[in-house]
Design a protein around this ligand. Structure first.
Ligand code: PLP
Length: 381
C-alpha cells in the first residue's frame, strides 16, 4: 500500500492517510483523555450544544465521523448499522422514484429496494455490475444510482470512473457502497459520487464486535437531510459501538495490508486447487473485472469467492471441516471467516457451492494448511 494518498483526501495536514487514521478524532486540549471515552448519556445538562443523544451527536460519534469523513473525503453521518445508513439514503427518494441497483449486491440492500418497490414507493432496475453502458444510460433516468464495488459476493468491479462521470438526471444521487474496498482502496467521492457508505461493522470495526455504519457525502444539504433522517428514525450508533469502531479504525491500514497480502496468496493457490472450479478475486488476472480493479483499486481487498467441486453438501463440509477459519457470516475482521452464500436467505440464486472467504490476519501458511486439508477431505464428486 502506498503511503501518500494522491486522490485528495482531507487528512488534516498530517501527511499520509495511515497517519490520519492514528491521529484523527482526538481531543487535543490539555488534560483530555487521549481516546474519546464512551459517553453513556441519553441527555445532557441544558444550556450547551448537546441536549438529547438521539438529536445531537455524542462525542464518540463525532470522532468516528471525523475519521471516516477524512478517509472518504467528505462529511460523515454515523448510524446504528450499515443498513440504517443505506435506509436513510433510500428515504431521501420521493414516491415514484427510479432506482438502479446492481444485479450482485448485499442482499439487505436488494431486500430494502424490493420492499419499497412492492409498497409502490419506487421502481427498481437491476443492472449487471460490469455493464457500464447500461449504467451510464441509467444515470440520465434514475433518481438513485446505487453501486457496490467490488460487489458482494461475486467481487465484480464496476467502472466507477465512467458511471460517476456520466450525465445525471437533475437531483439524482449516485451512491457507492464502499464497504468491500474500504476508503483506503477506493474513494468514490473523489470520482464524483455523491455518497459513500461504509458498513463499519466490517473493516473499520475489524473485530466482529459491533454493528455500525457511516455515510459520507459532499453536499451540505444532503448531510443535513441524513442527520435528520437518523434523528427521526432513531438510527443512532451506540456509544460503546462508536468507541469500538474508532479503536478498530486506528489499525485499519495495517490489518488491511496484512489481510490483503494473505488474500492474494490464498486466491492464487485456490485458483489451481483440484477441488476448486472457479476462484473470484479482483487481484487475479483471470478475474472477470481484473482490468477495472487494477485501474480503480489501490489494493484488491480481502474477500475471495470460490466454487468447490461437487455439490452443496461437499461445500458445507469444507466450512464445517475447517479448524482455524471460522464458519461464520460477515467479513472484514481480524479472523478469517467462511460461509456458503447460497445458504443465506435471499441468496439462493448464487452458485450452490460458492464459498465466500473473508481473509483475516492469521499466518497465511496456517490458513492455507487449514483450507487445503478441508478441501481435500471432501469426497471426489
Ligand atoms: N454493505 C455490504 C457490502 C455488506 O456486506 C453489508 C453487511 O454484510 C452491509 C452493507 C450492511 O451492513 P450492516 O450489517 O452493518 O447493516
Amino acid at each position: 500500500m502506498t503511503s501518500r494518498d494522491t486522490t485528495g483526501h482531507n487528512a488534516g495536514g498530517v501527511g499520509s492517510v495511515e497517519s490520519w487514521l492514528i491521529s484523527a478524532g482526538r481531543d487535543r486540549r490539555p488534560g483530555s483523555p487521549l481516546n474519546v471515552p464512551p459517553c453513556p448519556a441519553s441527555n445532557f445538562v441544558l444550556g450547551e450544544r448537546r441536549a438529547y443523544s438521539r438529536d445531537d451527536a455524542t462525542p464518540g460519534w463525532e470522532a468516528l465521523e471525523e475519521i471516516v469523513g477524512g478517509l472518504e473525503g467528505g462529511s460523515s453521518v454515523s448510524f446504528a448499522s450499515g443498513m440504517a445508513g443505506i435506509a436513510a439514503i433510500f428515504d431521501q427518494l420521493s414516491t415514484g422514484a427510479v432506482v438502479a441497483l446492481p444485479d450482485d449486491c448485499y442482499q439487505g440492500v436488494a431486500g430494502l429496494a424490493k420492499a419499497g418497490q412492492s409498497r409502490g414507493r419506487w421502481t427498481v432496475h437491476r443492472l449487471a455490475v460490469d455493464d457500464t453502458p447500461s449504467w451510464v444510460k441509467m444515470c440520465s433516468m434514475a433518481d438513485l444510482i446505487w453501486l457496490e464495488s467490488p460487489s458482494n459476493p461475486l467481487l465484480t468491479v464496476a467502472d466507477l470512473d465512467a458511471i460517476c462521470a456520466a450525465p445525471r438526471k437533475h437531483g439524482a444521487i449516485v451512491g457507492v457502497d464502499n464497504t468491500f474496498a474500504t476508503p483506503l482502496n477506493q474513494r468514490p467521492l473523489a470520482l464524483g459520487a455523491d455518497v459513500a457508505v461504509q458498513s463499519v461493522t466490517k473493516f473499520i470495526g475489524g473485530h466482529s464486535d459491533l454493528l455500525g455504519g457511516v455515510v459520507t457525502v459532499r453536499d451540505a444539504n444532503l448531510l443535513a437531510a441524513l442527520r435528520q433522517a437518523r434523528e427521526l428514525a432513531g438510527a443512532t450508533p451506540g456509544t460503546l459501538e462508536a468507541f469500538l469502531a474508532v479503536r478498530g479504525a486506528r489499525t485499519l491500514a495495517v490489518r488491511l495490508e496484512r489481510a490483503q497480502h494473505n488474500a492474494m496468496i490464498l486466491a492464487e493457490r485456490l485458483a489451481s486447487h483440484p477441488k476448486v472450479t472457479l476462484t473470484r478475486y479482483p487481484g487475479l488476472k483471470s478475474h472477470r473485472t481484473h482490468a477495472a480493479a487494477q485501474r480503480q483499486l489501490r489494493g484488491f481487498g480481502t474477500v475471495i469467492s470460490f466454487d468447490v467441486r461437487g455439490d452443496a453438501l461437499g461445500a458445507d463440509a469444507v466450512c464445517t471441516g475447517l479448524q482455524l477459519i471460522q464458519h461464520a457470516t460477515s467479513l472484514g475482521a481480524v479472523e478469517s471467516t467462511i460461509e456458503r452464500r447460497a445458504s443465506v436467505p435471499g441468496q439462493e440464486h448464487l452458485p450452490p457451492t460458492l464459498l465466500r472467504l473473508s481473509v483475516g490476519i492469521e499466518a497465511v501458511e496456517d490458513l492455507w494448511a487449514d483450507l487445503d486439508r478441508a478441501l481435500r477431505s471432501v469426497p471426489q464428486a
